[in-house]
Design a protein around this ligand. Sequence first.
Ligand code: ADP
Ligand code: MG
Length: 316
Amino acid sequence: MDEFELIRRFFSTGYPQRADVMLGVGDDSAISRLGRDEELVSCSDTLVAGTHFPPQLPADAVAHRALAANLSDLAAMGASPRWFLLALALPEVEPGWLEQFSAGLARLAGRYQVALIGGDTVRGPLSVTITALGSVPAGAAVRRSGAVDGDLIYVTGTCGDAARAWQALAGGATLAVEDPCYRRFAYPEPRVREGLALRDLASAMIDISDGLHVDLERLLAASEVGGAARAQDVPLSAALVDQVGLVAARELALAGGDDYELCFSVAQSRATDLGRLSADWSCPPVCIGQVRSEPGLSWQLDGRDLASPPPAFQHF
Ligand code: ADP
Ligand code: MG
């Protein structure tokens, strides 16, 4: 049973239904109505030592990644981040480790002005769960489900860097702290400002946590459409191509997760607006394909069909 089958079977039905839940299980974040004008956007993400990061990863990076993953899920809805809760399981109390952890957490929280408002601390194998809360004007959140036939598909920044670092670290390699791929893995930058800016422009949006192919496939499936994408247009960093070569770089970009870039669709008529809006972004969006009415996501490389779909990160 994979993660999604498990969630569908045990956590999607049988619980109380409420009229103030605008969007529940199934998107990057949930949307709940509080007052008339604003909606609460919430998400939660867990990182387990040895599963989502190597145990020797510096504590500030563990904290950064855990918060960044959540801020990224809020960004994917076009939400403003506001508060977060931290549930921490620690095998033992190591003041030095906690010092570094809290410094990393405070640094990223400060950058986006999100307040730590609670949590829980227990003894156990190292794991970090963060629940992040944000808001949108009522009805303004960008869901995965709004893409329509003909929309253009974009991705911000570059893909595959974090997966390259994770692969190397998992294989026992030590990476230089200044290695750009390592930095993308250890200190990913959630696209909070970009997500907010896209709120009135993107028809659908998702953040890339499991891999570009599989996450774009999820966006298209949620929108009940399909898509055709061009592998040669997927943005790659020079560092990634340098380290693994073009062919492996493309594979990592399509299949690798943890990039925390945004993948979104925009109506063709608004492509010039997007160009204007993103002119000064450090992670400019690149058009990688187009939404089609036939279901499924197909990839081409220089005009030829790519036979097998790239694999993705599987929790189970
Ligand atoms: P993301 O990769 O964007 O963080 P996930 O793939 O982790 O999203 O989760 C997919 C959806 O399932 C989300 O809407 C999430 O809130 C929901 N979900 C995951 N685990 C559970 C659970 N144990 N109970 C209820 N909902 C869950
Ligand atoms: Mg997500």
